[in-house]
Design a protein around this ligand. Structure first.
Ligand code: 6R9
Length: 646
């Protein structure tokens, strides 16, 4: 077996997550979660039932309880006398900073909530948020939560087209955006995409109001009566707001994620259970001590990690955290480490793709900074390879900081499988075990649980959990079918391959469906394929996620061109390929641009017409092509390879 790292006695002595939590959860599952909910969350009305699973797979947690998520993240800390504690150290990409205490946050959230009320937002209305990583994104989310208006945050790197689909699916009446965003030192427009998403042509947009933060001061088009400046509307509002308590199962947010079809799924989460598990995990997994730690989660607010581990978990716990607007290499490759040093960051939560990038940039860069404040490191988004794990511990964690490799999903809402820093002996590359209160198993093809080491199977969750999704927005059937049918209604099918090692640690092996993971972001092959075939030059397309040294996986596209375009390709070659890559960028977002677009004469298909992506993956990863016997035409792979050699 490989090396393992036991926690230091000092860490164990002070850690929030202690070994007895496992026994408590084992002995009394519901009692355990009820205790977490009562200990960590302030309820306006206590709940009378912990879990109602009678409508499975639709769960109800903390039934009858009432709370306000925004009050839990803000007001109660001020009421407890911690108003002067810093909630957010904001670091703009260009070096501008803002220090926001909990008392400031309370005023900002109140003003924003009042502004949304003036725009006509009521309980239950959906609000789309399309913002860069600026404090207003946090204010906006908490203001929505305060009003019981579910937010749908759309990553600022997504295109107008992607925004349009998400606005339409959630029927959002209000969009909160900014004039632009800073990216690599330059302002880039953002509101223009909102305009395009609304004036889409094909249908009437549900959007009535667009609230615009001024960030870059770039030019924007303005629609009178619809568009409103944040600094005009929000600034003149009263800075107090009386919040109402909502049912524990009141919808908190919708967040779109890629599924196996082209249409993104609106994963929806409710209030009490989500907040409980977000706060609990942030406390026991990140070992957050709000009085002394400075916490930094580098995710974007547009992803679930930003929801649970920038906004709801840390703020519910009263944390002091850093929010950084920009990219890690602006204006230099040491920017993150400069920030760690400047604010004395003690807990850092980031993604393997970032770590691999830093490895590539060189050990000497972090070595120039004082990183000794760091005491816990976290990883999320994809499996972290042992080499990157060791580098992270050595060069960022001073050779001693524990790394928590946290497995979870948009659907699970919060961390599910992870070491506890003060308890677990760490095994690089493995997320190890379900945390206390969570149960997972690995099933074989027949759906039977097994425990033999090194055998590959499917990860399933065997009990409901508080922060579980409550469905797919507007599509109950798809929820049941996607997650609760593959192995029957008893098992939540996560879509990930997994195995145990000899010590019973769980190793996650990547997606088993047609979803790829690019820099920790989920993209579906179908989504990129449909973007490609929407281009007039493309007749057919197949996309695979190929291994990539930096991004984990990268989209590689195989396209068959239409007749006239094939002619064009002969003449222009690269120009058309470039055009196709950009087209995907416009349809979905730059992150989805294929690393390569390979023009091929045919695609490998089975007799039933299914594209055999496995074979294309072999090509994309420069491997010998596997078994071709189930192909309708077994010569196709030869044709593809000959074509690519030319
Ligand atoms: C939080 C988040 C979920 C998918 C998930 C899995 C992969 C996430 C991982 C991991 C191995 C980890 N994943 N964390 N794989 N080890 N620690 O990333 O949510 O964007 O919904 O992606 O990401 O494949 O199924 P989401």
């Amino acid at each position: 077996m490989s090396d393992s790292y036991a926690p230091s006695p000092e860490l164990t002595a002070q850690a929030n997550g202690q070994a007895d939590l496992f026994d408590q959860a084992e002995d009394d599952f519901e009692g355990f979660w009820a205790a977490q909910a009562r200990e960590r969350i302030t309820w306006s009305k206590d709940f009378d039932q912990t879990l109602d699973w009678s409508g499975a797979p639709f769960a109800k947690w903390f039934v009858g309880g009432e709370l306000n998520a925004s009050v839990n993240c803000v007001d109660r800390h001020v009421d407890a006398g911690n108003g002067e504690r810093v909630a957010i150290h904001f670091e703009g990409e260009g070096g501008d900073t803002r220090t926001i205490t909990y008392a400031d946050l309370q005023r900002e959230v109140a003003k924003t909530a009042n502004a949304l009320v003036e725009l006509g937002v009521g309980t239950g209305d959906r609000v789309a948020i399309y913002l860069p990583m600026i404090p207003e994104a946090v204010f906006a989310m908490l203001a929505c939560a305060r009003l019981g208006a579910p937010h749908s945050v759309v990553f600022g790197g997504f295109s107008a087209e992607a925004l349009h689909t998400r606005i339409a699916d959630a029927d959002a009446r209000v969009v909160i955006t900014a004039d632009g965003q800073f990216r690599r030192g330059k302002p880039a427009p953002l509101k223009a995409a909102v305009d395009a998403a609304i004036d889409h042509g094909d249908d009437e947009s549900p959007v009535e109001k667009v609230l615009v933060v001024q960030r870059t001061k770039g030019d924007v088009e303005w629609t009178e009566g619809r568009d409103v400046w944040w600094h005009e509307l929000v600034e003149r509002q009263a800075d107090t707001h009386e919040a109402q308590a909502f049912d524990s199962e009141h919808p908190l947010f919708i967040l779109y994620t890629s599924g196996t079809t082209g249409k993104p799924k609106g994963i929806f989460h409710t209030t009490g259970g989500y907040l409980t598990q977000a706060a609990y995990t942030n406390s026991v997994v990140h070992d957050l001590h709000p009085e002394t730690d400075v916490y930094w989660c580098t995710a974007d607010i547009g992803w679930v990690t930003g929801h649970s581990y920038i906004v709801y978990g840390p703020l519910a716990n009263g944390a002091t955290q850093v929010i950084y607007e920009g990219t890690p290499d602006t204006p230099h490759q040491g920017r993150w480490w400069e920030i760690v040093q400047k604010y004395g960051v003690s807990i850092l939560y980031t993604a393997p793709t970032a770590i691999r990038t830093f490895m590539k940039w060189g050990d000497d860069i972090p070595a120039r900074y004082d990183l000794s404040s760091l005491r816990v490191l976290g990883s999320v988004g994809e499996p972290i390879n042992p080499e990157a794990w060791r580098w992270y511990r050595e060069h960022i964690g001073g050779g001693s900081a524990p790394i928590v490799d946290t497995w979870w999903q948009t659907e699970t809402g919060a961390i599910m499988i992870s070491p506890l820093p003060g308890v677990t002996s760490l095994e690089p590359g493995s997320a190890q075990r379900p945390i206390p209160g969570i149960s997972a198993e690995i099933l074989d093809d027949e759906g039977k649980p097994f425990t033999e080491p090194e055998k590959v199977g499917y990860l399933v969750l065997t009990k409901p959990w508080p922060s579980m999704l409550r469905g797919i927005w507007g599509d109950e059937e798809r929820y049941k079918e996607t997650y609760w049918s593959r192995f029957g209604p008893k098992y939540y099918f996560a879509g990930d391959g997994a195995k145990y090692d000899e010590d019973g640690n769980i190793w996650l092996l990547g997606r088993v469906d047609d979803v790829m993971n690019v820099s920790g972001h989920r993209l579906s092959t179908a989504e990129i394929e449909s973007a490609l075939v929407s281009h007039p030059a493309v007749a057919e397309a197949a996309v695979v996620g190929a291994n990539d040294e930096t991004t984990g996986q990268a989209p590689v596209a195989f396209v068959i061109l239409r007749g006239d375009a094939a002619q064009r390709a002969e003449e222009e070659g690269d120009a058309l390929v470039q055009e196709l890559r950009n087209h995907v960028g416009t349809e979905i977002g730059p992150i989805a641009k294929p690393r390569q677009v390979l023009v091929v004469p045919e695609l490998p298909k089975t007799r039933s017409g299914k594209i055999m992506r496995r074979l294309l993956k072999d090509v994309a990863e420069n491997r010998e092509v596997g078994d071709v016997t189930t192909l309708a035409d077994s010569s196709v792979m030869g044709q593809i390879q000959d074509g690519l050699k030319k």
